[in-house]
Ligand binder design. Structure first.
Ligand SMILES: C[S@@+](CC[C@H](N)C(=O)[O-])C[C@H]1O[C@@H](n2cnc3c(N)ncnc32)[C@H](O)[C@@H]1O
Length: 297
């Protein structure tokens, strides 16, 4: 029987995905290709992976984007891993409130925001700070490679299953309304998050400089050189006293010295002074006019 992914097709896909999304597939991930790309092939009326590869070589950019997006893992949930959000609330934000007391502004970037649970967890956390942030200008920018997940994030509509994953019931009641069988996050929380399509392999200096960057559970899919290159560019996009948050299985250790782990705060990193970005080089709100000014509670 013909294998559904031939070695040349596998090599083509591996290289294409690495070049276009950073995804680093080892030599034995044929099953992943099959489970993620056969449904796309069938949906497009193609009998198998061979024909899908032929179509990709035909040069339809839109189709190739669908292939790349079909291969990304979009798994996410509200307050994922809990502890990083506790660090954000209990250590990082109090520090930023003190350090930025004069300019009263905070910029946060979710560099792989997926379907929105992570940026909206941050938006709710900030809203919960109430009076402490009254009058502050808050920017949360959620970016992702995949336009499809960004559309879902913008809509802020979640299933019962999704709101049961990590979201405390009191925040569900406070910040969501029921729409048929789904739950929609309230307009004021949605308005705190800006969305942008962005591939981390490409230059992101146009986004400016941030106080906090969440770049969680995306670098795990990349090879060492790609991770190092992204860390080096992230260091230029973060304030010297800013914070980088990584996922539970991610670290800078052994890859770069531009960030150092914050002692006893797992997943939290700060720029090393020698590499720190010059203090805010881009004006606040430079990439988009949408900036939430917190009314406080
Ligand atoms: C597993 S999700 C993580 C979501 C969230 N940060 C979390 O930790 O719950 C990974 C996300 O990274 C995105 N992604 C994959 N490759 C990317 C790239 N090269 N640039 C930007 N985003 C990428 C995927 O589309 C996906 O939405």
């Amino acid at each position: 029987m013909r294998p559904s992914v031939t070695p040349p097709d596998y090599e083509y896909l591996r290289k294409y995905l690495k070049d276009h999304s950073g995804l680093d597939l080892s030599a034995d991930k044929q099953y992943l290709i099959e489970s993620r790309l056969l449904p796309l092939a069938r949906k497009t009326g193609l009998p198998g992976i061979g024909e899908l590869v032929q179509k990709m070589k035909g040069g339809s950019a839109a189709f190739n984007t669908q292939v790349v997006e079909a291969m990304t893992t979009n798994e996410t949930f509200f307050f994922r891993d809990k502890v990083p959000f506790e660090h954000f609330r209990d250590q990082i934000m109090p520090q930023i409130l003190r350090a930025r007391a004069n300019r009263k502004s905070v910029r946060i970037w979710c560099a792989a925001g997926s379907t929105g649970q992570e940026p909206y967890s941050l938006a709710m956390s900030l809203k919960e700070m109430g009076a402490a942030l009254a009058g502050w200008r808050v920017e949360i920018i959620a970016t992702d490679l995949s336009q499809e997940v960004l559309e879902k994030s913008k809509a802020g509509l979640y299933s019962q299953f999704e709101v049961q994953r990590g979201l405390p019931i009191q925040l569900l009641v406070k910040y969501f309304k029921q729409v048929g069988e789904l739950w929609q996050i309230n307009t004021d929380i949605r308005a705190m998050v800006q969305h942008r399509q962005l591939n981390l392999l490409h230059d992101f200096s146009q986004l400016g400089v941030f106080d906090v960057i969440f770049c969680r559970n995306v670098l795990i899919y990349f090879d060492q050189d790609t991770k190092t290159s992204i860390f080096n560019r992230l260091a230029k996009a973060i304030e010297p006293d800013g914070f980088l948050m990584l996922g539970a299985a991610e670290t800078v250790v052994g890859l770069t010295t531009v960030f150092k782990p914050v002692t006893e705060r797992r997943g939290v990193y700060q720029p090393n002074e020698v590499h720190a970005a010059p203090a805010r080089t881009v004006a606040f709100g430079a990439i988009a006019p949408k900036v939430a000014v917190m009314a406080g509670i």
